[in-house]
Design a protein around this ligand. Structure first.
Ligand code: TMP
Length: 211
């Protein structure tokens, strides 16, 4: 893998529940770290102290959140991670691998939750300072298959939403990929983690590295 002169890069992983994006994001992180790239791995919501606290509120099944509160909490966590981690890391020329970002709010709270998409985009622009990923890997998996994978543990508040909700999330992601094919690359999840990883690496090489 030959390096090009990168001034930081922002790579996000997205997808419906159980698509394996956290695994794939971490594998890419380990790979780039081994190759001595200046890379960090972060997740949304979370990573910052405040973000992790917001994450627990969002995923706790005992919390009855309104749709607006839910959306704003995701945005609040994002605002914190952008200012505290993402913007400084990009400025320092680092490669950021982020497990979910604004696309998730568009698909979960927007396409599936019914909140106005242009409102989400507007608040999104405000909290991200218009920072957008250079590359988004969308790991696509049929909803039933993904949810079955999650069933090995107890569902959290988001996973416990009805199947139709998760179907809308997936449709949302595929619609976004159609709108922005230059940034969002759809990767069909394979049964073997390694096979999916190969596809991801190929895209990363093509998009961000020569050779
Ligand atoms: P995770 O599964 O990627 O760890 O994300 C936690 C949950 O939060 C997952 O069910 C997706 C959901 N989510 C949203 O609904 N909106 C968002 O903006 C983000 C970042 C995640």
């Amino acid at each position: 893998m030959a390096k090009v002169n990168l001034k930081g890069a922002f790579i996000t992983f997205e997808g419906p529940e159980g698509c394996g994006k956290s695994t794939q994001a971490k594998l890419l992180y380990e790979r780039l770290k081994k190759l001595k790239y200046p890379v960090i791995f972060i997740r949304e919501p979370g990573t910052t102290i405040v973000g992790e606290k917001i994450r627990s509120i969002l995923l706790d099944k005992n919390n009855k959140l309104t749709d607006k509160t839910e959306m704003l909490l995701y945005m609040a966590a994002r605002s914190q991670i952008v200012d505290e981690v993402i913007a400084p890391a990009l400025k320092a020329g680092q490669i950021i691998i982020c497990d979910r970002f604004l696309d998730a709010t568009i698909c979960y709270q927007g396409y599936a939750g019914g909140i106005n998409l242009s409102l989400i985009m507007q608040i999104g622009e405000f909290v991200t300072n218009k920072i957008t990923p250079d590359l988004t890997i969308l790991l696509d998996i049929p909803v039933e298959v993904g949810l079955r994978k999650c069933r090995v543990k107890i569902f959290d508040r988001m996973e416990a939403k009805p199947v139709i909700y998760h179907q809308k999330v997936r449709q949302g992601y595929l619609a976004l990929a159609k709108q922005d094919p230059g940034r969002i690359k759809v990767v069909k999840v394979e049964s073997k983690i390694k096979d999916t990883q190969e596809k991801v690496l190929k895209i990363v090489k093509q998009k961000l590295w020569l050779g």
